[in-house]
Design a protein. Structure first.
Length: 557
């Protein structure tokens, strides 16, 4: 419920602090006194349009703040509010209370929830949960077919069936998402043919990780075989095989060493052995060079094959590289993708099977929910029709129509309330049929029937008494008080019957101070309340009959 309301510099209000209780609250006052100031304040708190014209003359800003007590008896409201607080990263409720605040300046407005700044759109989301305003100039949430659908489900107690539909819809959507992703990942025949060709090209090459380096080394050798053979031959001839070779040149020096060994056996023998070793090494080296030259050939065919292999490797590197390792890795990726594409057919078949199962499950859950809604509609419509009769619509028709709609998370139905206020008129959607003077009473009838399940805690009825009186006024008062047993109900009224039925009564009045008009609002009790009822009866305060009537109205309320 709305526990307290603070208003500062709003139109004719300087500063006002109001505390409210539970139940049915009435607001009265002379015509033009500003009874709708509470309506304007609540509109601002509910995220309504903020205009600079709302600011009191000579003030720079106006402010409205409301404290809402959300008790444990309203678990759905608690859950909805707490979910919004968490969604927007706002401070949690303190001792069950939620504070909404709005300030307006010439340049714009600012909104706050539990002290944290929010946008007007976010403030409106909280307002939609907490406040329902019904009046001739309001856009009623109950006129929206989506809200009517929700109310029918609340009335019928369809939570379990709704959960089944929602669960089946989530499974269906999950299957469809997986199918879409798999189809996007799939290959068309042209793509599959291209990838298969690329993989064959890589596989046919049968590349080895270190092949390129080894091949280039061999190619370098074969390509230069003639020159290598010539150099090897010349080296062999010069070292040991030809005339005037190094070995031949050592002969006289070896003889000298032999003579030295005879003269000095100890050191000379050592030198002789070393020279013999050099001669032997040179002979071995010359022989090896000669053998090496003999092994080399000029196999042009082998050289051509190596050229082709090198060119193939370079081509593959250009296409799939830049390195041989990259080419090999590309081949593996292509193989995996083609393998996945090959198994995709089976995956698609399995997913399509799941989709069909989910579709059947969702369809069955929707059919079950449709049957429940039709049954609930057959009960709800007569109940609201009876309330309408009680509220003065003696010949009114009211229908709750359940029609097919595109299947979704809430089923496969559209629900709309239809209304004909008078006999002989065509029944039409409520949003089109009810006049501005009738709509609040129709809403009261709906709210009365749905008071046990409709979870909006604060209801405001403005001018619900327009063009009514007598028994209808009494019936309206009874119904407002009845709704007040489950909700906090505010009624801005001109009728004493309705004013007297309130659990709390507030008076709005104007006074002039320092040549400025000020609007005030305060609770009425005891004698002051009796006097206000007398005024509303059109009598003077001294009228004993009117006073007795006023007291009687208050006693009977």
């Amino acid at each position: 419920m709305l526990e307290s309301l603070f208003i500062r510099n709003l139109v004719l209000v300087t500063e006002l602090q109001l505390d409210f209780g539970e139940g049915f609250l009435t607001v009265t006052g002379e015509t033009g006194a500003g009874k709708s100031l509470i309506l304007g304040a609540l509109k601002l708190l509910a995220g309504g349009r903020a205009a600079a014209s709302l600011i009191r003359k000579d003030a720079t800003s106006c402010e409205v703040a409301g404290t809402f007590l959300i008790d444990k008896d309203a678990p759905a409201i608690q859950a909805a509010v707490d979910a919004k607080l968490e969604e927007f990263g706002l401070p949690q409720r303190d001792e069950g209370r939620l504070l909404l605040r709005r300030t307006v300046t010439e340049s714009g407005s600012r909104a706050f929830v539990n002290g944290s700044p929010v946008t007007a759109a976010i403030l409106k989301e909280f307002g939609d949960i907490l406040i329902d305003i019904h009046g001739p100039n309001e856009s009623h949430s109950l006129l929206a077919p989506s809200k009517q659908l929700r109310l029918l489900d609340l009335f019928g107690g369809h939570d379990k069936a709704l959960d089944e539909v929602s669960t089946a819809w989530k499974e269906l959507q999950s299957c469809r998402k997986e199918l879409d992703e798999l189809l996007q990942e799939g290959l068309n025949p042209e793509e599959q043919s291209l990838l298969a060709h690329q993989l064959k090209e890589i596989d046919d090459a049968a590349l080895l990780p270190d092949e390129e380096e080894e091949l280039l080394a061999r190619h370098r050798l074969v390509a230069n075989a003639a020159r290598i053979q010539a150099l090897s031959g010349m080296l062999s001839q010069g070292i040991s095989q030809g005339e005037n070779s190094l070995v031949d040149a050592l002969v006289p020096w070896i003889r000298n060493a032999e003579e030295l060994a005879q003269l000095d056996p100890q050191k000379g023998e050592e030198f002789l052995q070393r020279l013999d070793g050099i001669s032997n090494d040179l002979n071995d080296l010359g022989s090896e060079l000669e053998d090496y030259a003999g092994t080399l050939d000029f196999d042009q065919e082998a050289l051509h094959e190596m050229d082709e292999r090198i060119e193939l490797i370079q081509k593959l590197k250009r296409r799939y590289g830049p390195t041989v390792a990259d080419v090999i890795a590309t081949g593996e990726r292509l193989r995996q993708r083609l393998s996945k594409a090959a198994s995709r057919v089976a995956d698609l078949e399995a997913l399509r099977g799941r989709e069909q199962t989910a579709l059947k499950g969702h369809s069955a859950a929707c059919q079950k929910l449709t049957a429940l809604r039709q049954k609930a509609a057959e009960t709800l419509a007569p109940a609201i029709t009876e309330k309408l009769k009680h509220l003065g619509f003696l010949k009114a028709l009211f229908e709750v129509r359940v029609t097919p709609a595109t299947p979704g998370a809430t089923g496969a139905d559209a629900v709309e309330f239809f209304f004909a206020p008078n006999q002989g008129e065509d029944i039409a959607p409520l949003r089109l049929a009810a006049s501005s003077g009738e709509v609040a009473r129709v809403m009261l009838a709906i709210k009365t029937v749905l008071s046990e399940v409709d979870d909006v805690p604060v209801l405001v009825f403005d001018e619900i008494d327009a063009n009514i009186g007598g028994r209808t006024a009494s019936a309206v008062a009874e119904e407002l008080h009845a709704v007040g047993n489950k909700h906090q109900v505010f009624s801005i009224t001109h009728l004493p019957l309705i004013a007297a039925a309130g659990d709390q009564h507030f008076l709005v009045e104007k006074r002039v101070e320092d040549d400025r008009t000020i609007t005030e609002m305060h609770p009425l009790t005891g004698k002051a309340r009796v006097q206000e009822i007398v005024r509303m009866l059109g009598a003077d305060a001294s009228d004993a009959t009117a006073t007795a009537h006023a007291k009687e109205l208050l006693r009977n309320s």
